[in-house]
Ligand binder design. Sequence first.
Ligand code: GDP
Ligand code: CA
Length: 318
Amino acid sequence: MRIVVLAGGIGGARFLRGLLQAAPEADVTVIGNTGDDIHLFGLKVCPDLDTVMYTLGGGINEEQGWGRTDETFQVKSELAAYGVGPEWFGLGDRDFATHIVRTQMIAAGYPLSAVTEALCARWNPGVRLLPMTDDRVETHVAVEIDGEKKVIHFQEYWVKLRASVPAEAVVPVGADQAKPAPGVLEAIASADVILFPPSNPVVSVGTILAVPGIREAIADAGVPVVGLSPIIGDAPVRGMADKVLAAVGVEATAAAVASHYGSGLLDGWLVDTVDAGTVGEIEAAGIRCRAVPLLMTDTDTTAEMARQALALAEEVRA
Ligand code: GDP
Ligand code: CA
């Protein structure tokens, strides 16, 4: 079975770990979000690709959900001693090595997709990890701070400001000019199932879908497309997805996210059992829906979520 998954960072990575347990024989291709990428200290940092790579490769800081395990911060404190920031972005010493290798390879002319493959040769994530594009795309957020309107990098909004001010708009800068990375459209066209994990619908899955050709390829693939809600009981499970949903005029409910993707794209949608009351409304909108436990408390529980998603895909196919 060939499965394609569109993934952000933590939500996507944790789901993938469950999926690999549930379907160990499957051939899984992950299309990763690169809209969160940021250049810091002259280095190209790809937080979502790295979260997937470290999580599936056994190098993730489990409690945090991002960054390396057993991390130290010597380089960061040396930079701070020179007065060089930003101090709000946590790059540890082990993590720095990944960004140095990536930046060096890009400077030597390799596209991000080839660099990601090279990095994955160390981590053996058990999936084929493709960036959504080799082109530069950066998610920016329009905000108003102390009466002044500004557009800031997504990481500044999310990590520095902790989404403490409303997002007025979310713009994947460069996406309209970007081309899907080599292998992306081919993987979609030859997939048996396409899954949207409980990743952020705006700044993770939404950004991937903003690369011209990807949404169309998914809609035209002619195979079941099934998603899992990142919103449980009208709130994001972690993070601040409600803030970016508001920016695109979508309520933070499992049903509103389903209709935001729409029945043209999505065939099936899993909501948590606490949202069982919305199943009828989602099905009335033309999306087959089931209510099952959706908290990724451990890998066994997450594997069961993946089995439910694959079962729903089979129902759609039938
Ligand atoms: P990020 O790039 O690290 O923000 O990660 P993703 O975009 O892949 O996932 C973020 C989303 O995952 C958030 O909107 C959370 O609500 C959702 N999420 C995190 N943990 C869980 C969980 O256990 N269950 C569900 N259903 N969603 C989760
Ligand atoms: Ca992310």
